[in-house]
Design a protein around this ligand. Structure first.
Ligand code: FES
Length: 311
């Protein structure tokens, strides 16, 4: 028997026609990507930060509840954003590792599809054109894996099934123990990877300010002292606004809503970056890296006393 369960003398041309072999690149890509997505979330110092940090899961959920067709559900999850964020990350690593090693592959693909659909209805929902959003591609990629799973090719599940005696029932005590042991090893690896990732979380200075409603003309947005020359700040709220002081005494402001798909951008050293799909903007609001194609919308501001005010 070979790694795909075929007799050793089966010609390769025949074996490579099996869906399991055809789907190997897909399994590798999705498995690695979902595992990486979990580690990236847990190692990001912003992920579990307060809702005033636009890159936090709490801020993203707060934003999606207004823009997503499943906003009501997101609103419920947003009340427990840290737990929901942790659950999403652990689901990603479970799906990723199970897909990579080929254990419970169809179940893992179903989980991956649910996660991708959730991301499509939230982070990618306002992406135009729709193919700029990666989540719709992930969702479609999971579908063949729901149908075929690993097909017993390079698969821990397939290996366990092949080691079963022909007359042995699919789920006897021994099989249950084997599957349980495999799942325990996977969980151990996943939790350790997640733990290592969280150990690397760094405490970065916050570059945002809670500002409540920043929308009304004449309303103070932020104290001038909070925006040192050459830096910017994002004032969170229903309509988040970014204020920058490019030259001493010269303040400009933009809508902090990314023009790609509506996430809130964050100040990142010399410009703004978007946590959702990686667009970046310079301090003048111009796009320096896509997928966003349009600049941040300018917001008129002036200095009044010690404050930057709108209007
Ligand atoms: Fe996609 Fe900002 S929302 S890059």
């Amino acid at each position: 028997m070979n790694v795909d369960g075929e007799p050793a003398d089966t010609p390769w041309r025949q074996r490579l026609r099996r869906p399991g072999w055809v789907l190997i690149p897909q399994r590798l890509f999705l498995g690695v990507t979902f595992t990486y997505a979990c580690l990236q979330k847990l190692s990001d110092p912003h992920y579990f930060a307060a809702a005033s940090d636009p890159q936090s899961v709490a801020a993203q959920m707060a934003s999606y509840r207004h823009t997503s067709p499943i906003g009501a559900l997101i609103g419920i999850a947003a009340n427990h954003s840290d737990a929901a964020g942790l659950l999403i990350a652990l689901a990603e690593i479970a799906v990723g590792l199970a897909t990579l090693v080929g254990l419970w592959s169809r179940l893992a693909a179903g989980g991956g599809a649910i996660l991708s659909l959730t991301f499509l209805l939230t982070a990618s929902w306002n992406t135009t054109p729709y193919y700029f959003g990666s989540d719709i591609v992930f969702l479609v990629m999971w579908l063949p894996l729901i149908g075929y799973g690993s097909d017993g090719v390079l698969s821990l599940g397939g290996l366990l099934a092949r080691r079963r005696a022909p007359d042995e029932p699919a789920m006897d005590r021994r099989s249950l123990l084997r599957y349980g042991a495999s799942a325990a090893v996977l969980a151990f690896v996943g939790l350790n990877a997640a733990w290592v990732a969280t150990r690397f979380r760094r405490q970065l200075p916050q570059t945002t300010a809670a500002g409540g409603n920043a929308g009304a003309a004449g309303k103070a947005l932020v104290a001038t002292s909070k925006v040192p020359v050459g830096t910017g700040i994002v004032i969170d709220g229903a309509s988040p606004i970014a204020v920058v002081q490019p030259k001493a005494g010269d303040f400009v402001a933009f809508s902090a809503v990314c023009t790609h798909a509506g996430c809130t951008v964050a100040w990142a050293g010399s410009g703004f970056s978007c946590p959702c799909h990686g667009s970046t903007y310079d301090a003048a609001g111009k796009v320096t890296h896509g997928p966003a194609a349009r600049p941040l919308s300018a917001v008129p501001v002036r200095v009044e006393g010690d404050n930057v005010v709108r209007g």
